[in-house]
Ligand binder design. Structure first.
Ligand SMILES: [Zn+2]
Length: 429
């Protein structure tokens, strides 16, 4: 009996693993198809154009829940079988382009933005559909195109891998884990020991927050030593421009602390051939700032006293699709119209509050909830103000990591949302 009981669980594990792989292996190869698009328009129009397609070895995204979405995002990719239109893979995202559309500049000029998405390479021809939605969660533009995996013009990239990268934390095979990959921005080759220290500091900041703390074995962390010609990053409002690996800069959309790169093709060129799924760009500067875009990347200054909370806050955006719980007047036009429930799990307009944290509300909670000034991070309610608007948008707690840098934790609603997305990436339905 001892033998049997010893062997049986091992067999069970094997059976689970092979069942796990089948859904993926039926339709996809262990390769990554990179789809480059141009999104263009202004405050009223959106256009989507296919730019280029590339292929690289290995697929490091999710291998479970392939045909379902946990969060809607501001845009979606859907891969369907060309014969029976069955959905094979779905993915959601947000873009800087759509954020830009609500700036004043977008009322004056049409612009084009690079966007890059990774999907598993299909075994047979498929249709790929990209949709972009507006602030009312309505589809504003759509592009469907066919992808034949035997197309000779899909460019192979990343296979002759001479670039410098390494695992900083490896908890298991990249196929089973969530791969979070750090990219160096504004570090010269001689500064890569500093970059590695900065990565370890950022990892420590993330995994010291729940629920990452208790689920940290679901993640791998990788560092890509992408060298820059100059040290530091561009800060236009100080007149500083630097030649860096990703051509990032502060002052995105003329907001001083908003640090991003619009050069997504270059970013993904740097990453080609490396196990990556979620991207963290660390900038070699002490100037305060950062940015995070859902399922695109997060970027943060590495040497500011607020670096740790900023990295974790932006990871809340880029990894978990959390919204900003803070508000002020008024960089954006209305991001969250009163007649539309936001898709982000930590804000509500009360249009469809049942789908949010209503089940976590203590009985007899008043809506809107009057801030008590006590239990700032844990007392769940429906507090008015959030998503850049002081009126009409409600957040779950008085203070949260998604609201202020001083908050030591994610609020219980954000924590649950992150836990759900980790399970979505790593567990069967
Ligand atoms: Zn929160």
């Amino acid at each position: 009996m001892k033998y049997v009981s010893g062997i049986f669980p091992a067999l069970m594990i094997l059976m689970t693993l092979s069942a796990h792989a089948d859904g993926f292996d039926e339709n996809f190869q262990d390769k990554t198809l990179r789809l480059d698009y141009s999104f263009s328009g202004d405050n009223r129009e959106q256009h989507i154009y296919l730019d280029e397609m590339e292929v690289s070895d290995g697929w490091y995204g999710r291998r479970v829940n392939l045909d379902s979405l946990l969060l809607q995002g501001n845009g979606q990719i859907t891969i369907t079988d060309t014969l029976d239109q069955k959905v094979l893979y779905r993915y959601s995202f947000s873009t800087l382009f759509q954020e830009w559309q609500s700036t004043e500049e977008a009322t004056k000029v049409q612009k084009s933005f690079e966007n890059v998405f990774l999907v598993p390479l299909p075994k047979d021809p498929v249709n790929v559909t990209i949709t972009l939605t507006d602030t009312h969660n309505q589809v504003k533009s759509i592009l469907t195109h066919r992808v034949d995996p035997s197309d000779i013009l899909i460019r192979p990239i990343g296979s002759s891998d001479s670039r410098l990268w390494k695992y900083l934390v490896k908890n298991g095979d990249s196929r089973e884990k969530i791969d979070v990959t750090f990219v160096a921005e504004g570090y010269q080759m001689s500064e890569m020991d500093v970059f590695e220290r900065d990565c370890r500091e950022a990892i420590d900041a993330i995994v010291s927050h729940e629920p990452f703390k208790s689920l940290k074995e679901r993640f791998n962390f990788v560092a890509v030593m992408s060298p820059s010609i100059e040290s530091g990053v561009s800060i236009p409002h100080k007149g500083i421009w630097k030649a860096t690996a990703l051509s990032s800069n502060y002052d995105t959309f003329y907001s001083e602390r908003y640090l991003t790169t619009l050069h997504l093709k270059r970013l993904h060129d740097v990453l080609a051939g490396v196990p990556y799924e979620h991207i963290v760009i660390l900038a070699n500067t002490d100037n305060y700032g950062g940015g995070g875009i859902y399922n695109s990347y997060l970027m943060s200054a590495a040497h500011n006293e607020k670096t740790r909370p900023v990295v974790v806050h932006e990871f809340g955006h880029s990894f978990a699709g959390l919204a900003d719980e803070y508000y002020y007047d008024d960089q954006y036009e209305t991001m969250y119209p009163a007649d539309t429930e936001p898709w982000e799990p930590n804000l509500t307009t009360l249009v469809d509050f049942d789908k949010k944290w209503k089940d976590m509300l203590p009985r007899k909670t008043k809506i809107p909830t009057v801030p008590s000034g006590k239990n700032l991070y844990t007392e769940i309610g429906v507090y008015e103000g959030g998503g850049y608007q002081s009126k009409g948008v409600y957040r779950p707690v008085q203070e949260c990591r998604m609201k202020i840098n001083e908050a030591p934790v994610f609020c219980p609603v954000c924590e649950r949302a992150i836990r759900r997305i980790i399970n979505y990436y790593t567990s069967e339905k």
